[in-house]
Design a protein. Structure first.
Length: 253
């Protein structure tokens, strides 16, 4: 395991109870960071992290599709920890809405996707900027997607559009607030082995997924964690605004 010293660092991590987020949370805590573990519905998983790492972690429930929950999440994390050093915007949904479906149903999925993947990210960015300006520094890490650059299939137009907006937001934050000692990074994964991925594999077969990538095995959350830990540590500050692809060579640009 790559070791990065994150002691005296406090991180707000959205979507920390499952998938990529849980893998990141475990790594960051192992490296000595204090982590605000955000979850929506998987309380048991979030609380298991808190129990394992005692005073280093605290779980916070919030439905990011609800504006009031987003405000409340940030306020509670700020009140508990005092200073937040890094915000990792990882939470997101990957919802299918085929263009063959009823237009009203299609639009409902579009709106839900945007509310979580982009609107909540925008609001947490504004709240984070206010906090970082007050503290004199801070870092954002945005979890984007290969879909921003490669595009997605027609069932996932909203997902691809939301991640494109997230990426542009992150780059704009980097350009606009660097002089105020605020940095912003994008990590752009491809297909990653998570519970959601396992469901896809069960349906379509692992060979289909492996045929898309250049390596012999799928990316895991543990493959992303050291890179994100380095961003949180300040070791990549001069890469602010950069997008780092971690997609097993499935889309090279």
């Amino acid at each position: 395991m790559t070791k990065i010293d994150l002691s005296d660092t406090t991180i707000l991590l959205t979507g920390a109870s499952d998938g990529i987020g849980k893998g990141l949370a475990s790594y960051l805590l192992e490296m000595g960071a204090k982590v605000a573990v955000h979850y929506n519905s998987n309380k048991d998983s979030a609380e298991s992290l808190v129990a394992e790492y005692q005073n280093m972690a605290k779980a916070f429930q919030a439905d990011l599709s609800q504006e009031k929950d987003v405000f409340s999440l940030f306020e509670r994390v700020e009140a508990h920890f005092g200073k937040i050093d890094t915000i990792i915007l990882n939470a997101g949904v990957f919802l299918s809405h085929s263009s063959q479906s009823d237009t009203k149903d299609w639009l409902a999925v579009w709106k839900k996707t945007m509310s979580i993947n982009l609107d909540a990210v925008g609001l947490l960015t504004k709240l984070g900027l206010d906090h970082f300006q007050k503290m004199g520094e801070g870092r954002f890490v945005y979890i984007g997607s290969r879909a921003t650059f490669r595009g997605e299939t027609e069932e996932y137009l909203a997902y691809a559009a939301s991640k494109g907006g997230l990426t542009s937001l992150a780059r704009s934050v980097a350009r606009s607030f660097g002089k105020q000692n605020i940095k912003s990074f994008i990590v752009s994964p491809g297909f990653t082995r998570t519970q959601m991925a396992e469901q896809f594999i069960e349906t379509h077969g692992e060979e289909r997924v492996l045929n898309e990538i250049a390596l012999n095995e799928l990316t895991t959350p543990q493959d992303l964690a050291p890179l994100i830990g380095l961003m949180c540590s300040g070791g990549m500050d001069h890469a602010t605004g950069a997008t780092i692809d971690v997609n097993a060579g499935s889309h090279i640009r």
